[in-house]
Structures are given as structure tokens and as C-alpha cells.
Write a protein that binds this ligand. Structure first.
Ligand code: ADP
Length: 298
């Protein structure tokens, strides 16, 4: 669990020979608002320079973190529309934080994020389906699978409007899309981790997002479910959805992702799987903690 009460970053996983940690800029964080602060290249009071871009995501010189300490240190990369991007890196390297920044859930302290050419806003938020890590969810909440998926329509409806029959039909279609139709009335807390993941994917899908952000979608699920989740994401990609997924599982990287972002607070490498999955890049990203050999395409 992340500890919001402390001001400390857990870097104990990083080997002594790992890349240097971020400089730990000190900021007064205002979590509910987006603001820029003085930083190299971004004069005080001026908007960050925004790339004229058709990209699905344009992240430019972004610093972001918690309680005044940066977890992301000048991160820049772009994602083209319809790409399937994997984000890899050791625990605590900022993968989840990066997704939260792109989703508009966490403010940037410097730099800028554009999603489909727009800065974070409620309108942009509706284009994004965000699937959090299943461990970050309180599963004891007594709601059914359909209730959870219907929550995905609230962005359009507003919290206090009752879902219509059309919303229920859309929720049921999304539940079927992830193969959970036999569990529509099941309590979410009684499902396995893999089933909960699929329900959360359905909750994101019901709003028909143009961009899907998935935080560790295959963590703790068996190989069959992993394959089912990636197959579904691949289908969404074929329909034009842009997808960014974090993963600690390097063995799936070459098989599924168009490009891979290796992150350790800053960008270590970004490119095609075969360019990023080199022992040099992996040890620069993970230090001595790489325990598996990535499977490269033939
Ligand atoms: P990853 O997804 O790569 O494991 P995270 O983005 O979750 O990394 O976390 C990066 C760092 O930020 C860690 O040191 C973590 O402890 C810290 N952190 C993450 N979320 C919070 C939070 N809500 N409050 C305070 N610190 C956090």
C-alpha cells in the first residue's frame, strides 16, 4: 500500500548500481488543481511549451509526485493514436504515478500533458478509461459486478442520475466483452483477482474510451486470464483505441506491445520491444533486479 501520510519514497528496491534517483524537487503540492511551477525551460507564470502534436498522448518534461517530492523527473514521450504501449520499471519507479498524471488524477509540477491535443479537463477525462491496480481498491464494498460496471457510465450521466435501460444494456455488453456474463449479479468482493480485473476493464470499456490506461492489468492473474485480457486489449487496439498498460512481467512485452517505455523515475528508454529489451537497458532500468529473460520475437 502507498502511504499518503509520509513524505518518503520507497527506493529500497533499487540496487546500488541503479540509475540515480530524481533530484527530489521540493514543491508545495495542491492535489486538486493543475498548476505549473518555475522550472528549467518553463518560466514562472507561463504555460509550459506545448508540442503541436496529433499524438494521443504528449508528455513533455513532466515532474510529478506526492507531498512536494517528485516521483517523475522530467519525463517526456509521445504515444501515437492506436498504439499499444507497455510501461516497465521496478516497483516504485513511478509507473502508476505516470498513469495517474496522464489520466488527469494527479497534477503535474512542471511540464505538460496533452491527451488528444488537450490539457487535462473533465471533457478529456471522458475520453479516458482508467483501470487502477486491483490492490488499490476496497473490495469489501457490497456492490455487484453490474453496479461496478455501471459506475463507468457516471462520467457521462453525473453521479445522481439513475442509469437508463440503455446504460444497463451497455454495462451488460461490456461485461460480456470481458467474458464475465455469468457473474453479472455476483458481489465484486467474492471474485478472484483476475475476475475483478476483468470487471474493472469492463467498467472502463462501458464509456467507450479512446484511450485506455491500465495499471498492472495482469498482476496476479493466471496465464489463461492474462491471454484473455491481452487479446481483448488487442481487439480494442484494432478498433482504434490507444492503450497504455504498466506491467512488471517482461515476458509479455515483446508479444503484445508496439512500443515499450522503460521508466525509473525518468525515461531510461522508449522504443520497439526489441530495442528496449536489451540487457544493457534492462539493467539500467532495474539495476541487478532483472530475474527473468525477456522473450524476444523471432
Ligand atoms: P510503481 O507503479 O512503479 O510501483 P508508483 O508510481 O506507485 O510506482 O510509486 C512511486 C513512488 O511514489 C513510490 O515511492 C511510492 O511509495 C510513492 N507513492 C505512490 N503513491 C503515493 C501516494 N498516494 N502517496 C505518497 N506516495 C506515493
Amino acid at each position: 500500500m502507498k502511504d499518503e501520510r509520509t513524505n518518503r519514497h520507497d527506493h529500497t528496491h533499487i540496487a546500488p548500481d541503479a540509475p540515480p534517483q530524481p533530484r527530489g524537487h521540493s514543491h508545495a503540492v495542491a492535489p486538486a488543481t493543475f498548476h505549473l511551477h518555475p522550472h528549467a525551460g518553463h518560466p514562472h507564470g507561463q504555460p509550459a511549451r506545448v508540442p503541436a502534436s496529433d499524438a494521443a498522448i504528449a508528455v513533455d518534461g513532466v515532474c510529478a509526485g506526492y507531498f512536494g517530492r517528485d516521483v517523475l523527473d522530467e519525463v517526456s514521450f509521445t504515444v501515437n493514436r492506436g498504439e499499444f504501449i507497455g510501461v516497465i520499471g521496478p516497483n516504485g519507479s513511478g509507473k502508476s504515478t505516470l498513469l495517474k498524471v496522464i489520466a488527469g488524477l494527479l497534477p503535474v509540477q512542471c511540464g505538460s500533458v496533452l491527451v488528444f491535443g488537450q490539457r487535462p479537463s473533465p471533457e478529456v477525462r471522458h475520453l479516458i478509461g482508467y483501470v487502477p491496480q486491483s490492490e488499490s481498491v476496497n473490495w469489501s464494498f457490497p456492490v455487484t459486478v453490474r453496479d461496478v460496471v455501471l459506475m463507468g457510465t457516471y462520467g457521462r450521466l453525473g453521479l445522481f442520475r439513475r442509469p437508463s435501460d440503455a446504460d444497463r444494456a451497455a454495462a451488460d455488453a461490456a461485461i460480456a466483452q470481458v467474458g464475465m456474463q455469468d457473474y453479472t449479479s455476483a458481489q465484486i468482493g467474492q471474485l478472484s483477482g483476475g475476475q475483478q480485473q476483468r470487471v474493472f476493464v469492463a467498467r472502463a470499456l462501458v464509456a467507450r474510451p479512446k484511450l485506455m490506461l491500465l495499471d498492472e492489468p495482469i498482476a496476479g492473474v493466471d496465464a489463461t486470464t492474462q491471454h484473455a485480457i491481452f487479446t481483448l486489449l488487442e481487439q480494442l487496439k484494432e478498433q482504434g483505441t490507444t492503450i497504455v498498460a504498466t506491467t512488471h512481467d517482461l515476458s509479455c512485452v515483446a508479444e503484445w506491445f508496439d512500443r515499450v517505455l522503460a521508466l525509473n523515475h525518468s525515461v531510461v528508454a522508449y522504443g520497439k520491444p526489441q530495442e528496449v529489451l536489451t540487457s544493457e537497458t534492462l539493467s539500467a532500468t532495474f539495476g541487478s533486479h532483472v530475474l527473468v529473460s525477456p522473450v524476444l520475437p523471432a
